[in-house]
Each structure stands twice: as structure tokens, then as C-alpha cells.
Design a protein around this ligand. Sequence first.
Ligand code: SF4
Length: 172
Amino acid sequence: MRPIGDTAREAAFTQVMNYFRRNREEMRRVIQTEVDVSLEKEGYIPSGKVDLLLGSDGKLELLDFKTSPRPTGSPALLEAYERQLCTYAHISERRYDKRVHRLFLYWTAEEQKDRALMAFPYRPERIIDAGRYFDQVVARIQAEEFQVTQPPEAGICEECDLRMLCGAEGIL
Ligand code: SF4
């Protein structure tokens, strides 16, 4: 964790206020924020945090905030975020015993809501794919396979906490 500078603090405040002004109606549907989710699996326990859980008419909606602008030309990045949302949806359904209806990303650096909000339909087959992918990644971690044979697209590395290390080791 790094201390936040004045410029970043002001930018964050602007994004928060912008979100608040454009989403007052949504506030009524908030069920919970920063929801801890975890699930016991064979040999490991995935855990995470859902930024925002919304609901009405017995249906759940999950929203994850991203502080960057809406990306263009980054399909692998969006696929990774959708996979993350699918994993959270799967866990939330078990926890609340309610069907997840929609999944959202919200790009808070975007001024206009129609640019900021990105919806993904809930597709059960994507949930199964996300679970399989997660199992594969865990298996590779447990086998201590840490080599990066092919770096992902630039947008993913820009968001990654390990980019300094990968730069120092010549991977990027
Ligand atoms: S910075 Fe390194 S660890 Fe992070 S996504 Fe890129 S290649 Fe992977």
C-alpha cells in the first residue's frame, strides 16, 4: 500500500462524487457493499470481495468498480474481469440463495454513465468455465509453475501489482 498524493486524492474524490450524482436512483437498490465472498473447494478456498451488491424483485446484481477509463481493444482484459464476476456470482448465489441476474463493471474515470457502465449477461456456462479456469490456475500455483512464457496484453500488466518485478526480471 502506498500513501495517496494530493492529485490522486482529488481525482478519486471527483470520481466518487461523479458516481454519486449519476447513480442516486441506484442507491435505493443497494443490499451491501464490500461483500466478502469465499467458497470451500477441493484443496483450496477462493475468496474475494464484491464491491457492490444490488437487488430488487428477488434478483441479485453484482457490480465491480474499476478506476480506469473504459478500455478499448482489450478483449483479454474484459474476459478476465468477466471471469472474476462470474466466480463472485457463483459464490453469491450460494450465499444468498437467490439467482444473480446481471453482472456489471463500472469505469469510474468515465464522466458519462453510459460509458462508465458495462453490463454482462448472466450465462451459467460462463460460470462453469470460470470455475474450471480457476482450478487450472490454482493447480499451476500449487505445482510452483511461475514462469511467464507469454506476457498478457499491455492493459493487464498495467493493472498488475507485480509489474515492477516483471520489469526487473526482463519478462516485460
Ligand atoms: S506484470 Fe507480470 S505478473 Fe503481472 S500480468 Fe504482466 S506478466 Fe503477469
